[in-house]
Design a protein around this ligand. Sequence first.
Ligand code: SF4
Ligand code: SF4
Length: 132
Amino acid sequence: MAYISSTLREYEESTYLCNRCCFCHSACTILRQMNMEETSGPRGKMPLVYGLIRGDIKLSAFIVDKLYLCTTCRHCYVECPAGLEVEKVVEAFRHELIKAGLAPLEAHKVISFNIDNHNNPFGESVLDRVSG
Ligand code: SF4
Ligand code: SF4
């Protein structure tokens, strides 16, 4: 698969080494926000990326959504007995998307535009923000 390069392949072993223990679940605010839906949390992301690296699954909008559901806060690493750095896997995946021209996502382009043109991510008038 063209979009998988050495950047992401570096994580083939660590994504395989996730032992599904679930200790990271209590750490992840995203997982709680998503009503504990498995692929929104760190334990669910690891096999998704492993499957991509191995070519067992294809890139899809579903997988992109799940890999963007991460603040890269690194809290799951603190709880992980295997010392797996999920946020680095997530960042490597996003890096691959950008290299392949599949990111930034539309929502991120809007934020970038707003910062460039309005000096804030919300697109609000600078004068309104100062006077408000
Ligand atoms: S780094 Fe991502 S997956 Fe890990 S706890 Fe933070 S939000 Fe959840
Ligand atoms: S704590 Fe670590 S090894 Fe356990 S499920 Fe989470 S990422 Fe996998």
